[in-house]
Design a protein around this ligand. Sequence first.
Ligand code: NAD
Ligand code: UD1
Length: 336
Amino acid sequence: MKILVTGGAGYIGSHTCVELLEAGWEVVVADNYSNSVPAVLDRVEAITGKTLQRYEADIRDRSAMDRIFEENEIQAVIHFAGLKAVGESTRIPLAYYENNVYGSVVLFESMAAHGCKNIVFSSSATVYGNNPIPYEETMPVGDVSSPYGRTKYFIEEILGDLYRSDPDWSISLLRYFNPIGAHESGLIGEDPNGIPNNLMPYISRVAIGKLPLLTVFGGDYDTKDGTCIRDYIHVVDLAKAHVCAVRKLMDGSGLQAYNIGNGKGYSVLDIIHAFEKASGVKLSYVIGDRRPGDLPAFYADASKANRELGWCAALDIDKMCLDTWNFQTKNPDGIH
Ligand code: NAD
Ligand code: UD1
């Protein structure tokens, strides 16, 4: 049973490849390495002791996608490939629509042409915009604050239309909350280029001395300590959710959205303190201005995924920090 993983060399994709291989699936990766390196896949093989098949391929390249489906009998696709930097997406929105939305359409066309109609899509909690918390899958989506977020929303809508046109499709929209952490081995983890935009990679670069100071974006929110609240989820728990979602697709589950989060909210200061405890390093930080577009607080109601996918987050915030720090110290200069 073969799964095609687009973007499989990336942060979440690589952890998912590990879980798929360990669950006994054969894995084919398509990645253009625009935000990753092939060495990550060597490390996936080292962790699992198994091999995967790899294509240096762009999802926007129809002939490259067709070739993968012609050379392999693919049962399902897990679609991670995409650009994900929120700030960048406001500066170069067309690149985001072209890569994420157009690229997804090309991939779906190739799947349809080869009779592969099972897909798990990497969506985001960002599609909920400003809704009451905790977020539930039945809430309205689409009030999104960035072009990046809109690409996720538009792809969800495209998949919805596809399903309504042909109910033979099985489609799982996984709405991730805030993935952090790394594989326990310290061989794979989050390795952003340049200065990180997201909290956890920023913190770990401050802790290792590569960045001088963390700025906490806002200390005057109406939350328990004035800083924003998010639902952080260990990337290994998130990766396992994909294995559960693929299994469910095989039962012909139709079109479903699932929140993949812990269901617990932690403030920025909670994360700083948990990281200090895990690493033994005192972090330098200042409270700065709010970041435009940030919501004060959100977290998941993940009970649908618990119930229907048999999935549950198992790893706590201390483990998330410990594994992030382990990856950072073992790979001070990233993965090459
Ligand atoms: P990542 O950048 O580490 O991984 C994405 C991978 O896709 C990279 O290896 C990149 O080289 C590849 N890629 C990009 N465009 C491609 C293209 N046109 N053709 C082939 N490969 C391409 O990102 P990630 O954090 O692993 O995120 C994976 C997916 O999950 C993304 O779609 C992202 O939007 C979504 N997501 C991520 C988060 C998060 O916090 N990391 C949250 C919600 C949703
Ligand atoms: C962001 C994106 C979201 C995307 C997700 C994963 C925005 C508005 N949202 O979520 O669409 O799906 O990343 O890529 O960008 N923080 C600091 N200092 C920092 C960095 C972050 O205080 O240097 C705070 C933020 O204000 C936030 C929390 O840490 O409260 C988490 O931030 P981040 O990791 O960027 O994730 P989100 O903003 O939740």
